[in-house]
Design a protein around this ligand. Structure first.
Ligand code: PRP
Ligand code: URA
Length: 212
C-alpha cells in the first residue's frame, strides 16, 4: 500500500517492472505489446489472488491419502472493453475456470466521461471473487462506472487491477469505492490535457489492437 492512497497496492516485482519498461517503449509493436500485457496481467493476478479463501480437501496421491487446498469461491473476470480484454488470456492461463463477464465502456473524446455500450455478467456474480481489469486508470471514470455496475448486479468481493494508474484516477476510484483494493504496476505522474497518463504508455486499446 502507498502512504498517499490507502487502497492502492503497487506491485513492484522486478519482472513486472521490466515488462512495464518494454510496454512503455513507443518502439514496441502490437504483437509484443499484446504478449507483454498478458504476461503482466498474469503476474499481477498472482499477487492479487494471494488472500483468496481456500478450503482443505482430502486427496489421494499415488502413494497415500493426504489433504490439500482448493479455492472454494468462483472467480469472475470483468474486463472493461476494449483494452481490458487484452489482459484476460494471461489471467485465464492461471485460472482456467474463471468466468468472464464483459462491460463495454469508451471515453467520450471531449468530456472524458465513460459511455456504456455493452454489459453481460454471470448470473451468480454475487457469489464470486471479482476482478475488474483494465490496463489504464486515468481519470478513473471508466473504472468507477464499471464497479458501480458490478455492485448493482450484486457483486461484493471486488478488486480492480490495472497496469498504469494516474493519481487522479486512484483518487476518484478510491473515493467512489473505498472498499475496493486497486492493484497497479505503476503510479504515474499526472494526466495531460487530453486525460492521457504521463508518462504512461499511450492508448492501450490502440496499441493492443493496432488501431492507432
Ligand atoms: C481507455 C482505457 C480505460 C479508460 C481509462 O479506454 O482502456 O478503459 O480509457 O480512462 P479513464 O480512467 O479516464 O476512464 P478507451 O475509452 O480508450 O476505450 P478502448 O479500450 O475501447 O480503447
Ligand atoms: N486510456 C489509455 O489508453 N491511455 C491513457 O493514457 C488514458 C486513457
Amino acid at each position: 500500500m502507498t502512504a498517499k492512497f490507502a487502497t492502492l497496492r503497487l506491485l513492484d516485482h522486478p519482472l513486472i517492472r521490466q515488462k512495464l519498461y518494454y510496454l512503455r517503449d513507443r518502439a514496441t509493436g502490437s504483437p509484443k505489446f499484446r504478449m507483454l500485457v498478458n504476461e503482466l496481467a498474469a503476474l499481477m493476478v498472482y499477487e492479487a489472488t494471494r488472500d483468496l479463501p481456500l478450503e482443505e480437501h482430502p486427496v489421494a496421491t499415488p502413494l497415500e491419502e493426504t489433504t490439500g487446498h482448493i479455492m472454494t469461491r468462483p472467480v469472475t473476470l470483468i474486463p472493461i472493453l476494449r483494452a481490458g480484454l487484452g489482459m484476460c488470456e494471461g489471467i485465464l492461463n492461471l485460472i482456467p475456470r474463471a468466468r468472464v463477464g464483459h462491460i463495454g465502456l469508451y471515453r467520450d473524446h471531449e468530456t472524458f466521461q465513460p459511455v456504456r455500450y455493452y454489459q453481460k455478467f454471470p448470473a451468480d456474480i454475487a457469489d464470486s471473487e471479482i476482478f475488474v481489469i483494465d490496463p489504464m486508470l486515468a481519470t478513473g471514470g471508466s473504472a468507477a462506472a464499471a464497479v458501480d455496475e458490478v455492485k448493482r448486479a450484486g457483486g461484493e468481493s471486488i478488486r480492480f487491477i490495472c497496469l498504469v494508474a494516474a493519481p487522479e484516477g486512484v483518487r476518484r476510484l478510491s473515493e467512489a469505492h473505498p472498499d475496493i483494493p486497486i492493484y497497479a504496476a505503476a503510479l504515474d505522474r499526472e494526466l495531460d490535457e487530453n486525460a492521457y497518463i504521463l508518462p504512461g504508455l499511450g492508448d492501450a486499446g490502440d496499441r493492443i489492437y493496432g488501431t492507432q
